[in-house]
Ligand binder design. Structure first.
Ligand code: PGA
Length: 262
């Protein structure tokens, strides 16, 4: 068997509770024959869907995550959701620092660091999202930006938590309807930067941390992206929001990865 591949989707502010439940039911049904030794599948729905989704879903087939989280257990933080609340409904994962959180809601690397730490301390996996803007890319500082986001985002984290850290590289210019997907070659270069930086931060465990690519992943580029040695998985938005299409994309990507010797 090849190495484990990661496939997941962030549903953003799409899908109501009933739509999310239907989607999860169909996705787990369609993909249940794929061995979970080979892949990790995860979905990150809106907050209102999480409790029902968690109850309905076989977490052995599909991990569930929250799109954001407050970094304190309790307190005067109107509008925030605490790790205790996510633990209570059996969340497996917390996504931290999605580009829309950073750029629309102005979150900082220091805040992402607190959230990552808090999710890990409460037994959940943390998916830290990083990525440079087009302007930063044009200045030729993408590696510096990624290194900074990882070094601050993962600062002071006990290495014993490293097996629950995942990182997604999502260049800001590649995300969403106006996004331009990164070429597989460029994604591979940035993933190499990430892998090196992770080894610096966690000398023993860094190599094992999965690095996913996200940003306009689609049926036309998934094969080439996942075939890159340093790309461990695909984090998909729009192309994953219909269960049949996501199932097809996963199978196609798996086949390409295995053909590439992964
Ligand atoms: P997209 O979204 O695949 O629709 O570009 C990616 C993301 O925001 O994670």
């Amino acid at each position: 068997m090849g190495k484990r591949l990661y496939f997941g989707s962030n549903l953003k502010m799409y899908k109501t509770i009933s739509q999310t439940l239907d989607y999860l039911k169909e996705l787990t049904e369609r993909t249940k024959d794929i061995s979970r030794e080979e892949i990790t599948l995860f979905i990150i729905p809106s907050y209102t869907s999480l409790e029902d989704a968690s109850r309905q879903t076989d977490h052995g087939l599909c991990l569930l995550g929250a799109q954001n989280m407050g970094w304190e257990e309790t307190g005067q933080y109107t509008g925030e959701i605490s790790p205790l609340m996510l633990n209570e409904i059996g969340m497996d994962l917390v996504m931290v620092g999605h580009s829309e959180r950073r750029h629309v809601f102005r979150e900082t690397d220091e805040e992402e660091n607190r959230k990552v730490k808090c999710a890990l301390e409460h037994g959940m996996r943390a998916l830290l999202c990083i990525g440079e803007t087009m302007e930063q890319k044009e200045f030729g500082i993408s590696p510096e930006i990624l290194r900074m986001q990882m070094k601050i985002g993962l600062h002071g984290i006990d290495p014993s938590f490293a097996d629950r850290i995942w990182v997604a590289y999502e260049p800001v210019w590649s995300i969403g309807v106006n996004g331009i997907p990164a070429s597989a070659e460029y994604a591979a270069q940035m993933h190499d930067v990430m892998k090196d930086c992770l080894k610096e931060i966690f000398p023993d465990a860094g190599e094992q941390i999965p690095c996913l690519y996200g940003g306009s992943v689609n049926p036309g580029n998934a094969r080439e992206l996942i075939s890159q040695k340093s790309v461990d998985g695909l984090f998909v938005g729009r192309s994953a929001w219909q269960a049949d299409k996501f199932d097809a994309l996963i199978r196609d990507a798996m086949e390409a990865a295995r053909a590439a010797g992964k």
